[in-house]
Ligand binder design. Structure first.
Ligand SMILES: Nc1nc2c(ncn2[C@@H]2O[C@H](COP(=O)(O)OP(=O)(O)OP(=O)(O)O)[C@@H](O)[C@H]2O)c(=O)[nH]1
Length: 970
């Protein structure tokens, strides 16, 4: 025969020299280079099958590594190296489709025959492809054997290839290697079955692979496992060439989904075209877009077909029979348990997964991709959250934005829904449980309130009668200004100290206890009903008995009356202390008489109220007063259980420079011990130390005992309930919960306020606000001042206490005042040096007081200054209209005669016709003989015009007047 050299054969076949050499190598013929001469037999062997591939493929092969060859469509730009597996994979996949058929065929017609060496490059492709999209092939094969059979015929080598293909089918999963280098896969995946599969067909193809390819059957199985992993990569389409796309279209027949998917691919173009009638549909491409991979997944999925993982499984199964199971070895491990995964992925999931993992960006390009995207999108939409996810747990309230987020909808949709309900809300608007429930229901969700029931947690258990023991009474002293409240408190305390109590420096902790005949009495030393009421407003019922101080020389005064009312409202019994009886002008009887009208009738007059005449100054009858208190306490049968965890009320709180937040706790039941965890208002803590009003350290505090506690995390408010907790976690939890609720309440309050303000402004015209910041030395006075100030609010002026706290006036306070145009009121505190300087610079008014009433008085005046001045009318004079003239530019002018008083230029006027006011406004002009004049007096004539009014008639009267400003009063 004539000598045929490698390059000649390559030209004939339309393939690369290297490929020819590779095929030869696969046949066991070694050639040195492209000039080597080839035996005829070899030439034939290579030529025959090669035809098909030559035509169709137009592929390029690139030897990436000595053992690895990458093949891809001829025109395709070269993808990156192995690393870019995805890109290459893409092309591979399309091919796969066709291969799929091969694979299909394989199972059917194919028999485990050694791979036909002749297998053209194309086949190699197939093998690869098959591997890539294995799952389908298998099932497809089973499903439509006939068609499959046809295929073989056309694809000559196919028959044989099939096997490998078939085997490869399993391998598909392992495709990775293949993916990277379809044909070369063998090398890459050499060990793996896939390689084997490829080998047979590629056989030829790529030399290195050849040897392994030689063992077709076992290999396929191995391939399976490997594929699984690789598949993932392969699918990442990347740079698929235009060629492939077209193939795809051809591949996917609408009719034969399975086959279509697989087979279609590249093949379709070449050979399947015939086999598959349906192949022709162009429409299929949508999914694939540029990627061949896609098509596969998108194509109708057969039950058995599982993308990605499924493929692997599918591949494995078939492989198993081959016996390759054992061969899987490592690969198998990698592949993971096949059986389990089978059902794990459903098509949609798979698509979704692939979408996210492999092909995010590129897809959006191109129309077809767009289509694909849309489809995928739809699938996502179908997703319905599991029932459990449709329950939204909230704690009391939730903001609009958060609710929308949890329901997976747009906040604007929610806001729209709220508007329909008549609620205008912003994204940060808090929704209460009920509103949230209604809204959520509309969107198919349920709301579950998981709020902590703090009240329940803190509720004290009722005590058994036998556990209760007598406890000291807690007394509050009330009365009018200067009637001697403070003096009385001091006198009682001092008297008690003198009586033999452990001496020492008494401390102001807001409460103290005294002893009489071995019995204790606790006094709250924040006198005045403001503090008393402020506490009560917080739900704190602390006082058992009220001592109403009335000066014998002054009698019942306004605040005496208020104190009585407050006490009665609280249901607290009153003991009247008629003070200052040492004064010569003292008249106790008068006091008793005056108090009768409030229902306080002295016992000696047949009533039930205890009256005690004392003198705080002279310390007269103080003991008698204490005796009466104890007597009253007996009547009240005050008892408590000391043998349980403590519960009490914050009486006073402050931020101590050295000790941090400290508060006086009046224990009301149980016993408080050092080391106890507790929660008080929005704060929590642990009792680090306790001391009484005499500065003595105490380790325990029982019922009715006031102690100053150190260990708070923040300064609580007077009136806050103090509760011992079992552990820190619980205390912290409740504290946090309360803080959140407080914030929400403040938020809700502020938004509500602004609405109210708006409403008021519309209704009443401009409403003035006087903003204040109150600072004091102790919580009690701060509360009292703030409360008194708030009471000053009137319809015309609202007095806002922006901030009230204990401590010196700081720069922060000044800044707040400056920003909100507020004045600062300090009680027994001074501004810090820097704060004072800043206040001066910013022009902030800082007022310092020692007496609350001075402050209130000052504020009242300030508020009056804010009042709009009222206007008073001042009569000027009258004029009678005797003539009327129409003057261009001036309108109607009246010729008048002043009958009374005088008329001033620009004065206010009203026009009277038959004593009826027909117009009220301003004088337009005032003239005498064409001259403007300032005023015209009685008896003179003048010309007048009215501003913007021309309907004047002879006989009308013009009355002039002035409006005088009068400062407003509260
Ligand atoms: N003669 C006499 N004067 C008394 C007596 N008790 C108080 N005073 C005087 O009355 C004045 C007012 O006494 P305070 O104890 O400050 O009266 P208060 O009710 O506490 O006054 P505010 O704190 O302003 O509400 C003081 O000057 C006392 O010295 C008393 O029993 N006899």
């Amino acid at each position: 025969m004539s000598k045929t050299r490698v390059y000649e054969l390559a030209q004939q076949l339309g393939i690369d020299n290297k490929e020819v050499m590779a095929r030869l190598a696969e046949r066991g013929v070694s050639v040195k280079n492209h000039m080597a001469v080839i035996e005829d037999a070899d030439v034939k062997a290579l030529s025959a099958p090669a035809q098909a591939p030559a035509k169709e493929v137009a592929q390029e092969e690139v030897r990436v590594k000595p053992t690895l060859i990458r093949r891809r469509a001829a025109k395709t730009p070269e993808p990156a190296p192995a690393a870019e597996a995805p890109a290459e994979a893409a092309p591979a996949e399309p091919t796969r489709a066709p291969e799929a058929e091969a694979a299909v065929e394989a199972p059917v017609a194919a028999k485990p025959e050694p791979a036909a060496p002749a297998a053209p490059a194309r086949e190699v492709h197939r093998a690869v492809i098959i591997e890539a999209a294995p799952p389908k092939p298998a099932p497809a094969a089973a499903a439509e054997p006939k068609k499959v059979e046809e295929a073989p015929k056309k694809a000559a080598a196919a028959t044989q290839a099939p096997k490998p293909a078939a085997e490869s089918a399993p391998a598909p999963a392992a495709a990775t290697p293949a993916a990277e280098t379809p044909a070369p896969a063998p090398e890459a995946a050499a060990p793996a079955a896939p390689a084997a599969a490829a080998a047979p067909m590629a056989p030829a193809a790529e030399a290195a692979a050849a040897p392994k390819a030689a063992e077709p059957q076992p290999e396929p199985e191995k391939a399976t496992p490997t594929r699984a992993r690789i598949l993932g990569r392969v699918e990442i389409p990347g740079i698929t060439q235009p060629q492939q796309r077209p193939e795809r279209r051809v591949e996917r027949p609408g009719t034969e989904p399975r086959q279509g998917q697989r087979p279609g691919g590249p093949r379709g173009v070449e050979r399947p075209g015939t086999e598959r009638p349906g192949t022709g549909r162009p429409g299929e491409r949508p999914m694939g877009g540029g990627r061949p991979d896609r098509p596969a997944p998108l194509a109708p999925v057969e039950p058995g077909i599982v993308a990605g993982d499924d493929r692997r499984k599918g591949a494995r199964k078939p492989a198993a029979p081959g016996g390759g199971a054992s061969d899987f070895g490592k690969n198998a491990k990698k592949g993971g348990p096949p059986a389990k995964k089978k059902e794990a992925f459903k098509k949609p999931d798979m698509l979704d997964k692939r979408e996210r993992v492999f092909e995010p960006g590129p897809r959006s390009k191109g129309k077809k991709r767009g289509v694909e995207k849309v489809q995928i999108g739809k699938k996502t939409e179908i997703t319905v959250p599991k029932a459990i996810k449709r329950i939204i747990k909230i704690s009391e309230s939730i903001t609009v934005g958060e609710l929308a987020k949890r329901m997976g909808i747009k906040a604007t949709d929610l806001i729209r829904a709220l508007m329909k309900m008549g609620v205008m809300a912003t994204i940060n608007h808090p929704l209460d449980f009920d509103t949230a429930t209604i809204l959520a229901t509309d969107f198919g969700y349920e709301i579950e309130n998981v709020a902590l029931d703090v009240d329940e947690m803190l509720e004290s258990e009722p005590d058994a009668p036998e556990d209760l023991v007598k406890r000291p009474p807690v007394v509050t002293i009330m009365g009018h200004v200067d009637h001697g409240k403070t003096s009385l408190l001091d006198a009682i305390r001092e008297a008690n100290v003198i009586a033999g109590e452990a001496g020492g420096i008494t401390q102001h902790i807001g409460a103290y206890d005294v002893e009489l005949d071995g019995r204790k009495i606790t006094f709250l030393d924040t006198p005045g009903h403001e503090a008393f009421t402020a506490m009560r407003a917080r739900g704190a019922k602390v006082t058992d008995i009220v001592i109403l101080v009335v000066a014998a020389d002054d009698g019942v005064m306004p605040q005496t009356r208020e104190a009585v009312n407050h006490s009665k409202a609280a249901g607290v019994p009153i003991i009247v202390a008629i003070n200052k009886i040492d004064k010569p002008e003292a008249n106790p009887s008068k006091v008793k008489q005056e108090l009768m009208e409030f229902g306080l009738v002295s016992e000696e007059w047949g009533g039930e109220t205890i009256f005690v005449e004392v003198s705080a100054k002279k310390k007269i009858n103080l003991e008698g007063l204490l005796e009466m208190v104890l007597l009253q306490a007996d009547v009240l049968e005050l008892k408590a259980n000391p043998n349980k965890s403590a519960r009490g009320t914050i009486v006073e709180a402050k931020l101590d420079k050295g000790r941090g937040p400290v508060a006086t706790v009046l224990v009301q039941e149980g016993t408080l011990k050092v080391g106890d965890y507790f929660v008080a208002g929005v704060h929590f803590g642990r009792v680090r130390a306790m001391q009484n009003d005499r500065g003595d350290k105490v380790l325990t505090a029982g019922p009715a005992m006031p102690v100053e506690v150190i260990g708070f995390t923040g300064v609580p408010d007077a009136g806050d309930i103090f509760v011992s907790m079992a552990d820190e976690k619980q205390a912290k939890e409740i504290s946090t919960h309360r803080q959140i609720k407080l914030r929400e309440a403040e938020l809700a309050k502020s938004s509500k306020l602004s609405l109210e303000q708006l409403y008021e402004k519309i209704q009443k015209g401009e409403v003035k606000d006087l903003n204040t910041i109150v600072k004091g030395d102790v919580q009690g006075s701060v509360e009292a001042v703030a409360e008194s100030l708030r009471k000053l609010t009137t319809d015309a002026i609202r007095l806002n206490v922006l901030h009230a706290s204990v401590g010196a006036i700081t720069e922060t306070d000044v800044n707040l005042a400056s920003a909100s145009n507020a004045i600062i009121l300090g009680f027994n505190v001074r501004p810090e040096v820097k704060a004072a300087a800043l206040a001066e610079k910013e022009g902030v008014d800082v007022r310092l007081y020692n007496i609350i009433y001075d402050a209130v008085d000052d504020i009242k005046k300030a508020m009056e200054g804010l009042l709009e001045p009222t206007f008073q009318e001042k009569y000027l004079g009258r004029a009678e209209i005797r003539e009327t003239f129409s003057v261009p530019k001036h309108g109607m002018v009246a010729g008048c005669y002043i009958t009374d008083g005088k008329i001033l230029r620009g004065s206010q006027v009203r026009l009277l016709r038959d004593n009826v006011v027909v117009y009220e406004g301003k004088l337009g002009s005032l003239r005498r003989f064409k001259d403007d004049v300032k005023e015209v007096s009685t008896g003179y004539e003048c010309g007048m015009s009215l501003e913007n009014y021309n309907d004047i008639k002879v006989g009308d009267i013009i009355e002039a007047f002035e409006l005088e400003k009068v400062a407003g009063k509260l």
